[in-house]
Design a binder for this molecule. Sequence first.
Ligand SMILES: Nc1ncnc2c1ncn2[C@@H]1O[C@H](C[S@+](CC[C@H]([NH3+])C(=O)[O-])CC(=O)[O-])[C@@H](O)[C@H]1O
Ligand SMILES: O=C(O)C(=O)Cc1ccccc1
Length: 246
Amino acid sequence: MSDVDKLFAAPLPQISDFVFDHNVARVFPDMIKRSIPGYPTIVENIGVISAQYAQPGTLIYDLGCSLGAATQSMRRHLAGGDSRIIAVDNAEAMTVRCREYLAAQDSMMEELVPTTVVHEDILQLELEPCSVVVLNFTLQFIAPERRLELLTRIRQALLPGGVLILSEKFRFSDPATQQHLEQVHYAFKRANGYSELEIAQKRSAIENIMLLDTREAHLERLQSAGFSHACNWFQCLNFGSIMAHA
Ligand SMILES: Nc1ncnc2c1ncn2[C@@H]1O[C@H](C[S@+](CC[C@H]([NH3+])C(=O)[O-])CC(=O)[O-])[C@@H](O)[C@H]1O
Ligand SMILES: O=C(O)C(=O)Cc1ccccc1
């Protein structure tokens, strides 16, 4: 279903900002698995965490769902329950393919929770009361000055006992930590078959549109947004995931 990522393999005369278009959607499962250390573990455990915190009869949001990997994991772990998932992405190429992947999952498994895929900007989306919200590597693409406002709206929509799962690529304020983890991340990419050119060109394509915060900045912002507790439940190199409680 998905092709090998060769988007940055040939030398490009000029590197434009990364966009989630049709070409990216086509190779996305391969790209994300070869680029984010720990991604399969995070996705699997989003299912486990959602099953722990989903409340009967409530809504679950997957914001910036791409092809719905986190949604599929939650559907496996919530099967037979009576919650409902709303998966949202503002890239149409993603939502179109996401619906196809979910239809394929429905044809393979019974009693999966009903899921609606919505093509919308999550900054414009009206959030209904919900028990679980997932931002799996999405907040890093939101303009920094809009991040607190988005998290505050998520916090307000969460029911008592609800949880936000926030996965991000982290930046480190200590230069040595930043350098060491970044270098090992590049080694991870090389080990997954990416060339130096692919790594360098991809880096240029994302540097203006993927603006990273430190883990500490994330935890402080979650507190400012009104979350009562947050903890870093997973980290692999410079990628991690935080669970924040309403
Ligand atoms: N304002 C926005 N509104 C809606 N969607 C947005 C917005 N900005 C960016 N996106 C979407 O956020 C997604 C980020 S990818 C998430 C992976 C997925 N969660 C996964 O579990 O595989 C992460 C990555 O590519 O590193 C893309 O599909 C964007 O279109
Ligand atoms: O490739 C990278 O270096 C990343 O940080 C992750 C990533 C994965 C998919 C799209 C954009 C960024």
